[in-house]
Design a protein. Structure first.
Lengths: 249, 313
């Protein structure tokens, strides 16, 4: 039976209002809540549903990050993943390097499906899945809103600018998730206890023999240009007058 | 010498305006030579449109029956082969470019800069991160090819008036058969396209139902506007996924954006902050949308919208 490999990225929680450090070297992450990237949570949920329907025998969650990333992997195990792999790296790596790391994990685990979130909500790159598929020389089905498995093929409905597009890919393949693929389950307390006993393997990034050097240099971080505060109108006629004044209606 | 290849986005024989926006971005690099690649089954019509964009030197037609649909796994090896003659490869940061360009980059063994919003030099750019809560200035190495996607809302489309040479390009690349196009369902609305509309009317969770959302369409039609929606409205099934505006949906820059019953989560605001004028209608005076709105009106949208439509004649 087949395995599904799911990528979980540790990111600043969706609800945190991210602020740029005064010295412009990054954003404030000290004392900030960290979580699983929401798109990756959707990827894990999809993997678990496939397994529960008999479409896979094992769900492996993997992450690249500092030692604290174990927290997010334990949450993934509590959701229902069977085991976890942490590729420990104390400095952040770029998507191409992440794809190279995942290719190493693929060589080791030989999954039938690799499920990743379409983008990390930190760097908003939207690259890793596509890069991994290229390096693996396998199909990619990005921005998935529906996944149907038929033997060694997957029919994937994708959210595209023009609406919905359906493609068919041969497995193994890389799938990346969009928001409406599913609603991830909540973790229950007994599952958190059970997750503590599940295997979590830690590998050192340096031991994988991948080129993880950064290609790009972030010179500075700045807050976005603020929009100036506008006016409040009290009713529709004032609204229409204001629009007319700006020549908009 | 900076030589830029732009991958054209097109469908049904029409060039997508995102391509002229990529040209606008590329033109900000001093002295750059700009070519456009049109990959299609029959590229003639699209190539003619691409050749008319000002600032373009050559248009390369790559015709192959396998290019009838924009499948990244098939297009990427061809773009990567074409890239041999260029220092930079650009694509739009639309779902087409987001799907394709990272695959091209990986085939070339290089990284990618996503969502470029401003050009400082041939190897220095600005892009948003954390849903637009921060903007980073990034430098890329000059000894590697640079693949990037262009945040189309940040650039005015390059004008027409060009007369680029159109050439057929022969590309030798092995195309996989592991990925096949099945179908596409696009709602033909007759309304202006959300990404290029000069006016957009957008509805949020406060609409309460798909049926109620019709008043958004009605106002949009009155204004000749495109229709958008917040993530909450799309998740709730009030509006189709392709209407979603925000960090993970569409990033737009219309002249007029009317946000109705949208609270204004940061993830939504990042999709509209380049709009010229933002109008917000919301019953909650504390809603964050009013922080960015040029004109705000507090009140019940179900009362206000019929009045507004009437007032607009």
């Amino acid at each position: 039976m087949s395995k599904i490999l799911v990528g979980l990225k540790r990111v600043v929680d969706y609800n945190v209002r991210v602020r740029v450090k005064p010295d412009g070297t990054g954003v404030v992450t000290e004392g900030v809540k960290m979580s699983i990237n929401p798109f990756d949570e959707i990827a894990l949920e999809e993997a678990l549903r496939i397994k529960e329907k008999g479409g896979a025998s094992e769900v492996i969650v993997a992450s690249i990050g500092p030692a604290d990333t174990q927290q997010q992997l334990r949450t993934g195990l509590a959701m229902g993943a069977d085991r976890a792999i942490l590729v420990q790296s104390d400095s952040p790596i770029e998507p191409l390097a992440a794809a190279r790391v995942f290719l190493k994990l693929i060589e080791k685990e030989a999954p039938q499906i690799v499920l990743l979130g379409k983008q990390g909500i930190d760097d908003d790159n939207n690259q890793t899945g596509q890069m991994l598929a290229a390096l693996w020389n396998r199909p990619q089905a990005t921005f998935a809103s529906k996944v149907e498995l038929e033997g060694d093929k997957a029919k994937v409905t994708r959210e595209v600018d023009a609406g919905l597009e359906t493609i068919e890919v041969d497995l193994p393949a890389v799938l990346t998730t969009d928001l409406r693929l599913n609603e991830p389950r909540y973790v229950k307390l007994p599952d958190i206890m059970k997750a503590k006993k599940k295997p979590l393997e830690t590998l050192a990034l340096a031991d994988l023999g991948v080129d993880a050097a950064s290609q790009f240099k972030a010179l500075k971080y700045e807050p976005p240009a603020a929009r100036s505060k506008g006016i409040m109108v009290k009713d529709v006629s004032e609204l229409v007058a204001a629009l007319k004044q700006k020549g908009l209606v | 010498m900076t030589k830029i290849l732009i991958v054209a986005e097109h469908s049904g024989g029409k060039l997508n305006p995102s391509t002229a926006k990529c040209v606008a971005c590329a033109s900000k690099i001093e002295g750059a030579e700009i070519d456009i690649a049109v990959l299609a089954a029959d590229a003639a019509a699209v190539a003619t449109q691409a050749a008319a964009i000002a600032g373009v030197k050559r248009v390369l037609k790559v015709e192959n029956a396998a290019n009838a649909e924009p499948l990244a796994a098939l297009l990427a090896p061809q773009v990567a082969a074409l890239a041999a003659n260029y220092t930079h490869v650009f694509g739009p940061s639309t779902t087409f470019g987001k799907d394709l360009m990272p695959r091209v980059a990986a085939l070339l063994g290089v990284g990618q800069l996503s969502d470029v919003m401003a050009v400082e030099s041939a190897y220095r750019f600005r892009r948003p991160v954390y849903a637009g809560n921060a903007v980073i200035t990034v430098e890329a190495p000059q000894d590697k090819k640079l693949v990037l996607t262009v945040r189309t809302a940040s650039f005015q489309a390059a004008p027409e008036g060009g007369s680029a040479a159109v050439e057929a390009a022969n590309v030798s690349a092995e195309l996989p058969t592991h990925t096949r196009f099945v179908g596409r369902s696009a709602a033909a609305t007759g309304r202006p396209d959300l990404q290029t509309a000069s006016r957009v009317v957008s509805g949020g969770r406060a609409l309460g139902s798909a049926d109620n959302f019709k008043i958004i369409y009605s106002l949009a039609d009155k204004l000749g506007a495109g229709v958008g929606a917040s993530r909450a409205a799309v998740d709730a099934g009030y509006a189709a996924n392709d209407l979603q505006v925000g960090q993970t949906g569409k990033i737009i820059a219309p002249e007029l954006y009317i946000a109705i019953g949208i609270s204004g989560a940061i993830q939504h605001l990042t999709g509209i902050k380049d709009a010229r004028t933002i109008v917000a209608i919301n019953k909650d005076a504390e809603a964050p949308i009013f922080e960015v709105a040029d004109i705000g009106l507090v009140g019940d949208l179900f009362t206000i919208l019929p009045e507004l439509e009437k007032a607009l004649g």
